[in-house]
Design a protein around this ligand. Structure first.
Ligand code: ZN
Ligand code: ZN
Length: 350
């Protein structure tokens, strides 16, 4: 009989998660077993916890969820070379086919047959997770584990923000969820002149300011165009990062862009979003959809953190994994940034 481990499992269709014992996965040929140290709760995990329409469509219980983590290599399957047991690692959560046109050209983020850890297969909210060798990301042991735990989300932010040259540019970020907040820090680090973040959640707008946003605008109370004037924007924003999935936010973004501006779209909407086609055409805007992250983003984020990008203000809660209910409650309250779950210590110790 195989050995057992603790894991957060979606046991059956419906709300909630269960902490239960499941077999430790066996690394097959070309696979690596990772001992998980710390994990972070993603918006995706909250969708799965709440069992909303997205989860109903995408999740097939029973399964272990979670995809943001840091840990160390515990064992390697046959044929794995160059990855020593004990190395600090994280993992790219999209497992790609390796054979399609985008995989062949290094654009793995556009693979047509991608499988997601913690969504399409067992995830990392467990004492161990098993992934293919090619998805292992080596992590410098000097990087703080609390921060590396959510590098998956930092990668989304880096992919979205670094799509464009940011030096001296004015950036509008719509949506102050954790990825929007992280993106504000990345844009400032990468040389943006002004970074303005909009949302309707004051708690998260405050976090965006802590990450270096020049202005954080609650669009329910404040007029974006007035703030633009105060921030001395002349022709509109050069760069837009849409991270809310809200049609109203996208409409406002399009109206606030300068002619020739560039927009990255990351926020996913739960319904079709109407778009002001005429403005996009007449302003000559460029719109770029963003999915996942590029493998190179993993290198960029390590180097940005080593170069001084401080991501710790994004972390608002830390719990032992046995207190996962409190972690999900914090995420559902809207009064949180990133929530970290510790899988190493014993309960009650901190
Ligand atoms: Zn995530
Ligand atoms: Zn592929």
């Amino acid at each position: 009989m195989s050995q057992l481990m603790d894991a957060l499992v979606k046991p059956a269709p419906g709300k909630g998660l269960e902490l239960r014992q499941v077999p430790i996965p066996e690394p097959g040929p070309g696979q690596v077993l990772i001992k998980v140290h710390k994990t972070a709760i993603c918006g995706t995990d909250v969708h799965i916890y709440n069992w909303d329409p997205w989860a109903v469509e995408h999740i097939r219980p029973p399964m272990v969820i979670g995809h943001e983590y840091v840990g160390e290599i515990a064992a390697a399957g046959a044929g794995v070379t160059g990855l020593r047991v004990g190395r600090r690692v994280s993992g790219e959560g999209h497992i790609t086919c390796g054979h399609c046109r985008n995989c062949h050209t290094g654009n793995i983020q556009w693979c047509k047959d991608t499988q997601s850890v913690g969504v399409d297969r067992d995830g990392a909210f467990a004492e161990y997770v098993c992934i293919p060798e090619s998805n292992v990301i080596l992590i410098d042991p000097n990087l703080p584990e609390d921060v590396v735990a959510f590098f998956d989300a930092v990668g989304n932010a880096a992919h979205t923000a670094l799509m464009w040259n940011l030096v001296g540019e004015d950036v509008l970020i719509t949506g102050a969820g954790p990825i929007g907040i992280i993106a504000a820090g990345i844009c400032k680090y990468a040389g943006a002149r002004r970074v303005v973040v909009t949302d309707i959640n004051d708690y998260r707008l405050e976090l965006a300011k802590k990450m270096g946003a020049d202005a954080a605008v609650n669009t329910q109370r404040e007029d974006l165009h007035e703030i633009m004037h105060k921030q001395r924007l002349v022709e509109g924003f050069d760069i837009g990062l849409e991270m809310s999935g809200s049609g109203a936010a996208l409409t406002q973004m399009i109206s606030a862009m300068r002619n020739g501006g560039k927009i990255s779209l990351l926020g996913i909407s739960n319904k079709p979003v109407p778009m002001d086609m005429n403005s996009i055409i007449c302003k000559g805007l460029t719109l770029q959809g963003i999915y996942g992250r590029k493998l190179d983003n993993w290198h960029q984020m390590s180097y940005m953190v080593q170069g001084g990008l401080d991501l710790t203000p994004v972390i608002t809660h830390r719990f032992h994994y046995t207190q996962f209910e409190e972690g999900f409650a914090a995420m559902n309250s809207g009064k949180s940034g990133k929530v970290i779950l510790d899988w190493t210590k014993q309960e009650g110790l901190s």
